[in-house]
Design a protein around this ligand. Sequence first.
Ligand code: SF4
Ligand code: FES
Length: 249
Amino acid sequence: MRLHLKIWRQAGPTEPGRLVDYVADHVSTDMSFLEMLDVVNEDLVKKGQDAIAFDSDCREGICGMCSLVINGVPHGPDRGTTVCQLHMRRFRDGDTVVIEPWRAKAFPVVKDLVVDRSAFDRIIAAGGYVSINCGGAQDGNAIPIAKDVVESAMDSAACIGCGACVAACKNASAHLFMSAKISHLAQLPQGQVERGRRVLSMVAQADAEGFGSCSNEGECEAVCPKEIPISNIARMTREYVRALLSSDR
Ligand code: SF4
Ligand code: FES
């Protein structure tokens, strides 16, 4: 296939950016989207030009590093799929593909398609952990937890912190990301110690980082590669009110 690419190029955080046209030739349908960009970059390097900067690590859909907006959709056209797991068979010969970085005030562009997502790390540092000493691995039956609660907590724990939910939201809200961690820990016995403090601290940190609020549009859920349900945000809101009304903070 031959594809026409329009890729966001920006030399640095304070430099102006623009879409630059490239042609990707001999693209195999079996390539992943990132492999296609690797080939474009090899060609640029051979020509002595600056390679396009983009993030990736595991390339297996588990680390959350790959972060591209493809034709206006964070992570591209496949539902429940990270960019690294998106394959070129999803595109047709002659297609024009527009590739941009996440767009959010709290995720400033570092270079080209790379954004600084350390704001997420600071939100997790504010409360997305348990501080109790768990000691060594315990017998599986030592802390009985109902199976439906375990399943629900694990579904929330599937968030990989990619930030697509923020990129898709017109308010650049981090609510789906925060609610996944808060729901995960609020449902488990180990998460009870800091339950109230956690939600108040994480929401305060998200506000300080410049993320917006939630207006229930649902774009976050639609683009989430781990299909984290928006019902987690409702649980986070209940947790927030509970924390405000209780002495547990
Ligand atoms: S909630 Fe989904 S979209 Fe948001 S950071 Fe987690 S995995 Fe990514
Ligand atoms: S590179 Fe790790 S999830 Fe895509």
